[in-house]
Design a protein around this ligand. Structure first.
Ligand SMILES: *Cc1c(COP(=O)(O)O)cnc(C)c1O
Length: 499
């Protein structure tokens, strides 16, 4: 229960909200239906329900209030600044939402005859064209459902390419220590072993250490660029050449594409496969498990192993190709139907409304905003690496040394100030990381307010305010949670009290 001195447990207009099952008011009904007549249970093949469904009985106003109050407890990009590093929490234009809701698109059924969905296939094909143009890559697998799924798809194509050459023994993948957790997980799911490579003091991959790990069993490298420290891998051309020289393929985690769209052609970096998180780079509300999409661009060496289905131009219009065609050897299928169509529409609407020049402007502004944060906080926080950053600013906890305040405490204090905290303790390569990604869609005013708050908190921490930090958050419906208990012993199911 929230700590509160009120009789009701409510605080101001914040209402203490129970689970809807606990609100159950037997006999109250939101609908008024006639009593059903007698049912011939035999006709239901023995599956007729005999016990109550356990669904709560509530009136319509009770249901409306319950869900409206829950929605008010949800902090999102539409309520405030959300500097969550590595997540690209940018504004999602309403135009994209409107397009995704057009009945002619939203009401389609994936099993409709192809001649009746030519427009939808054109959406997929046009978006694929943009993704190929923006990366300079010759092919794209559209169906992966998220970034992690795209990683898996790209690695499966790499595995298929090695097997096709009779080199299926190549099963070792190099992954930098700073990588997102999905990278080693995807590699392991593809049957590869993961070999970590260290970073240099400047936050980039150690090229000599990487070269020392190359060998005849190397399947490839997974590298994020810009990397998870918010830095461009300046030796990426040499890295690609070394991996190719050892017979491996180069997978790039493209989650940070928002920093380089319109400025860097992925193909020029020697990359063989890269997923693009459409939900991060091209708008779609995400976080909390919302839908994503992870189309994966492929180099000429990997293109023929791309999964089915894909859209192709045929004599009768656009068609979905389900098998190998023209020497292609698809490694299989990664998803039911054709991919995350609703996210495709949003991405295409965003891309077309921005135009190529607008996309380039967005990535430039994202980098500018991150550098504005880094420069404005550099004298009170401790930036982990020298020099300018890309789309996100990385600080570590040296500025909190001897204050008794941890990165976690600092993040909790930000909540009381009305901000979703930045990403903390990631990447693992710096101590007590604070990773801030403002994106291009925040105004200078918003950034200045945030900077003032962070500066104020840093001053408070250094002035001996540890107790106050340990008690934060004070103003939320729930105070500090036992996050370890919640993660280890989650309560996922409501059960009625017996009796
Ligand atoms: C977000 C992210 C991923 C995973 O993408 P999902 O769409 O969440 O599966 C992988 N790598 C990096 C660096 C990311 O930021």
């Amino acid at each position: 229960m929230a700590e509160s001195s009120t009789i009701s447990g409510n605080r101001g207009l914040q209402v203490e909200e129970k689970l809807i099952f606990e609100l159950d008011n037997p006999g109250a009904l939101a609908v008024d239906l006639p009593e059903p007549g007698p049912i011939d249970l035999d006709r239901m093949g023995g599956v007729a329900r005999r016990a109550s469904t356990g669904l709560p009985d509530l009136s319509e106003p009770q249901v409306v209030r319950h869900y409206t109050r829950l929605s008010q407890k949800n902090y999102g990009i539409d309520t405030g600044f959300y500097p969550l590093g590595s997540c690209t929490m940018k504004h999602n234009p309403r135009l994209a939402e409107k397009m995704a809701r057009l009945p002619g698109l939203a009401d389609l059924h994936p099993l409709q005859p192809q001649k009746t969905v030519q427009g939808a296939l054109e959406v997929i094909d046009t978006l694929a064209g943009w993704l190929k143009d923006l990366t300079g890559m010759p092919a794209v697998a559209m169906s992966p459902a998220a970034g992690a799924h795209g990683e898996w798809c790209g690695l499966m194509a790499i595995r298929a390419a090695h097997e096709d050459k009779g080199e299926g023994n190549r099963r070792r993948i190099l992954v930098p220590e700073s990588a997102h957790g999905t990278n080693p997980a995807s590699a392991a799911m593809c049957g590869f072993t993961v070999d970590p490579i260290p970073a240099k003091a400047n936050g980039r991959v150690d090229l000599d250490a990487l070269k020392a790990k190359l060998g005849p069993d190397i399947a490839g490298l997974m590298l994020t660029n810009p990397n998870t420290c918010g830095l461009f891998e300046s030796e990426i051309i040499e890295i690609a050449a070394a991996v190719h020289g050892a017979g491996g393929y180069f997978y790039c985690d493209g989650a940070n594409f928002n920093a380089i769209v319109g400025r860097v052609r992925v193909a020029d970096l020697g990359i063989d496969a890269m997923h693009i998180n459409l939900h991060k780079t091209f708008a779609t509300p995400h976080g909390g498990g919302g839908p994503g999409a992870g189309p994966t661009v492929l180099s000429a060496a990997l293109a023929r192993f791309a999964p089915v289905p894909y859209v192709a131009h045929g004599p009768g219009g656009l068609e979905l190709v389900e098998g190998g065609r023209g020497g292609a050897k698809p490694f299989g299928r990664v998803k039911g139907f054709h991919g995350q169509f609703g996210v495709f529409i949003r991405a295409l609407a965003y891309i077309m409304s921005m135009g190529a020049d607008g996309l380039r402007q967005a990535s430039s502004d994202a980098v500018l905003n991150a550098n504005y944060l880094q420069a404005s906080l550099g004298d009170v926080l401790t930036a982990s690496f020298d020099g300018p950053c890309m789309h996100e600013a990385l600080f570590d906890d040296r500025f909190l040394k001897d204050s008794g305040v941890t990165t976690l405490d600092f993040a909790k204090a930000l909540i009381d100030e009305g901000y979703h905290p930045m990403t903390m303790y990631f990447p693992l390569v710096v101590h007590g990381a604070l990773l801030m990604e403002p994106t291009e869609s925040e105004s200078k005013d918003t950034l200045d307010q945030f900077i003032a708050v962070v500066r104020g908190l840093a001053a408070r921490a250094k002035a001996g305010g540890a107790d106050e930090f340990k008690a934060a958050p004070r103003l939320t419906p729930r105070r500090r949670l036992d996050e370890t208990l919640a993660a280890r012993t989650p309560v996922l199911r409501w059960k009625a009290a017996v009796g």
